[in-house]
Design a protein around this ligand. Structure first.
Ligand code: 13P
Length: 336
């Protein structure tokens, strides 16, 4: 694939008013989500649930792509249509999570480094054959008294850069995701400092590894107070701090930035994105790549009665896509 094609795909991912739905939960993570609503974590339930999400009528109105898990990219609808074909026919780009998850960083108790580089070149070649147009790698940065260390940030950013270079070699757009966790009692200023240090390290590593920024998408966490902080920032503060941090650390040549929801409520995730887009223009489109904030309402409904609530669960997905699509344009209104 040519450089121009990588750029075109990256731009399609952040087309105006569109964002990504992240449905790439590993089998362990989806078990946690299913346990929460009493659904047995079987392969068929995982397939049926992802079919419900991906066949939502009108999904492509506000969704440009969906991130799949290794099992999911090989699955089909009950009628036998491969999910990737269904998506490509609907104009939704198939994405694939390729990291193997975060593991304890030896020598740095409490900190994590994402693994999955071994064999990645061959796995990417197979995913490209299966129809993947973009990939995702998530690094996890923890805030605590003595964390994050510079070593943890550097190790994760080095892995992100090696992953991104391999993706581009395979003709796949890398989505690079350094998630600064919301866990903890830190205030928004601490989150700002850690996020800025992480993003500076990330773009330095991407540069050193000859990654083409024009064919890369950043998946960022918002600059926000820790979940247990007594000092919660309001919507405008989160929007202002996040935009300021991104402007200080992300090159303007990047085609787009999408956010993870990271445990925020559905409404907060949408309101924050909307507020950021209302204080634009910015050098890049700011959109969404939400997992929980796109799915949690639909999962609850579907779990109550998979057959009876199928259409209503899909309506909920469509509604969340519409609201977040409006927020990506700064045009969302609460209750609209
Ligand atoms: P959340 O929006 O639920 O944080 O998930 C997004 C994601 O893909 C994290 O890697």
């Amino acid at each position: 694939m040519s450089i121009e094609q990588l750029e075109i795909i990256a731009q399609q991912m952040v087309a105006p008013g569109k964002g990504i739905i992240a449905i790439d939960e590993s089998n362990n993570t989806i078990k946690k989500r299913f346990d929460g609503v009493g659904v047995p974590n079987t392969e068929e339930n995982r397939r049926a649930y992802r079919e419900m999400l991906l066949t939502t009528p009108g999904l492509s109105d506000h969704i440009s792509g969906a991130i799949l898990y290794d099992e999911t990219i090989r699955q089909s609808t009950k009628a036998g249509v491969p999910f990737t074909k269904l998506m490509l026919d609907a104009g939704i780009l198939p994405g694939i999570k390729v990291d193997k998850g975060p593991f304890p960083l030896a020598g740095y108790p409490g900190e994590l480094v994402t693994e999955g580089l071994d064999g990645l070149r061959d796995r990417l070649a197979e995913y490209a054959r299966l129809g993947a147009k973009f990939a995702k790698w998530r690094a996890v940065i923890t805030i605590a008294d003595d964390a994050p260390s510079g070593t943890c940030i550097e190790a994760n950013c080095h892995a992100l850069a090696r992953y991104a270079a391999l993706c581009q070699e395979a003709g796949i757009v890398p989505m690079v995701e350094p998630e600064v966790l919301m866990d903890g009692a830190h205030d928004i200023d601490v989150c700002y400092e850690v996020t800025e240090a992480t993003l500076r390290s990330l773009f330095s590593s991407l540069y050193e590894h000859n990654v083409l920024l024009e064919g890369t998408i950043l998946k960022a966490s918002m600059v926000i107070a820790g979940k247990d902080s007594p000092d919660q920032a309001d919507t405008d503060e989160v929007a202002e701090a996040t935009v300021r941090c991104l402007r200080a650390s992300v090159p303007a040549s990047l085609p787009g930035i999408v956010f993870l929801s990271g445990g925020q409520s559905d409404e907060a995730a949408t309101a924050h994105l909307n507020a950021m887009n209302q204080i634009g223009p910015h050098p890049w489109p700011l959109s969404f790549s939400y997992g929980r904030a796109m799915q949690q309402a639909a999962l609850k409904l579907w779990a109550q009665d998979m057959a009876k609530n199928f259409a209503d669960a899909q309506k909920t997905v469509a509604q969340r896509a519409r609201e977040n699509g409006l927020a990506a344009l700064g045009q969302w209104k609460k209750g609209a």
